[in-house]
Design a protein around this ligand. Structure first.
Ligand SMILES: *Cc1c(COP(=O)(O)O)cnc(C)c1O
Length: 363
């Protein structure tokens, strides 16, 4: 792919910035966005940073009819040392291309995208909140824009990156959340798109999410699509169980989203010499561990909430309280370590973070 000049068109008037305590998650967006187009003839072309604005798309665009789209989610942090850090962004771009491949979307140049992303963040750096627990959420996504009713992959695409200053993902913050084990609907199944970060997986999950909300639970715990027996993951997080001092998490089997937080937690646990097992875990086994008093902690991992302790599991009308609805020591240690590395409060022995030059990046 030819290296192309990034065009930067700055907005004249910035929007007012929200106060840290009213951020919520994904409500406010910064002054600029990144856009790039693709056609089969031209490849990816015309990369540009422009004022944040609505886009005009033909109603016949394929994304509306066939859901050909992928997305990513990562964060930038403002450290108390003044540095802006990204957490393992090369992993997000590699996963974006894996999702692209699954959805028959052409790949992007990962190194070039990372440079564009850094430039966009640099342009909107004043939007990165500085308070503890806040960050800048980054949402890259690709949509199929060819205007044609016809069930074959699109000929044209748009790649867009938007930025949102955020606080805690859950209203509960780091307090344990309640989870409903879903026994009717399934999220994904082997050979499907469960491994890809694509909108359709979420559209198909809302029905179950509504049931969880009606039972006063914040998320769904998904079981495998075939036997409804083995644990897959939580709504937008991977899931970990601490049983008798050892940690267990479902192995990546083709229908689970391979989380970057999951991968980082596994690397930390190995480093801390805590026994950890990636394997098939049945819901019966977890309920059994709860009954025998060996289920010590349950927590989810994901970019949005980082580490999210689970205080209650609901399964077949029964509620199972975990660790007295308190945040466990392992979940706390992981949270402190991961966020410490992300914000630069702790050293980064793994080389997980990349800093962004706060002056204009020359491409
Ligand atoms: C994004 C996502 C995760 C978490 O992945 P991270 O890379 O850790 O943010 C887990 N499950 C699903 C379904 C997701 O979409």
């Amino acid at each position: 792919m030819a290296k192309q000049m990034l065009e930067v068109m700055k907005s004249v008037h910035g929007k007012p910035k929200p106060e840290a305590d009213e951020l919520g998650f994904g409500t406010y967006f910064t002054d600029h966005m990144f856009v790039m187009d693709y056609t089969e003839d031209q490849g990816w072309y015309c990369p540009r940073i422009i004022p944040y604005q609505p886009i005009t798309i033909d109603p016949a665009a394929k994304v509306f009819h066939y859901g050909q789209t992928v997305f990513e989610g990562l964060k930038a942090y403002h450290g108390s040392d003044g540095e802006i850090r990204l957490f393992r962004p090369e992993e997000n771009l590699a996963r974006l291309n894996r999702s692209n491949d699954r959805l028959s979307i052409p790949p992007v140049d990962e190194a070039q995208m990372l440079a564009y992303l850094k430039e966009l963040i640099s342009v909107d750096k004043e939007w990165i909140p500085r308070e503890v627990g806040t960050s800048l959420y980054i949402r890259p996504f690709i949509i199929a824009t060819e205007t044609k009713i016809g069930v074959i992959p699109s000929y044209a695409y748009k790649f867009i990156i938007i930025l949102s200053p955020v606080g805690a993902y859950y209203e509960e913050g780091m307090d344990p959340v309640g989870i409903l084990v879903e026994d009717e609907y399934s999220r994904a199944s082997r050979g499907g798109t469960g491994e890809a970060k694509t909108g359709g997986n979420y559209a198909a999950s809302f029905k179950a999410q509504e049931r969880a909300t009606a039972s006063n639970k914040s998320q769904v715990l998904w079981l495998d699509g075939i036997e409804k027996k083995f644990i897959e993951e939580v709504g937008s997080m991977n899931v970990f169980f601490k049983i008798n001092g050892e940690v267990h998490t479902p192995m990546l089997n083709g229908s689970i989203l391979p989380g970057i937080t999951r991968k980082s937690v596994l690397e930390l646990l190995h480093d801390w010499q805590i026994p950890v097992h990636e394997r098939r875990i049945s819901i019966d086994e977890i309920i059994g561990a709860h009954r025998s008093g060996t289920l010590e902690e349950v927590f989810g991992t994901g970019t949005a909430a980082v580490i999210s302790p689970v205080g209650v599991l609901q399964w077949e009308e029964k509620e199972y309280v975990i660790n007295n609805r308190e945040t466990g020591t392992l979940a706390s240690r992981l949270y402190e370590t991961v966020t410490g590395i992300q914000t630069g409060e702790l050293p980064d022995p793994y080389g997980w973070t990349q800093t962004i030059a706060t002056k204009e990046v020359v491409l």
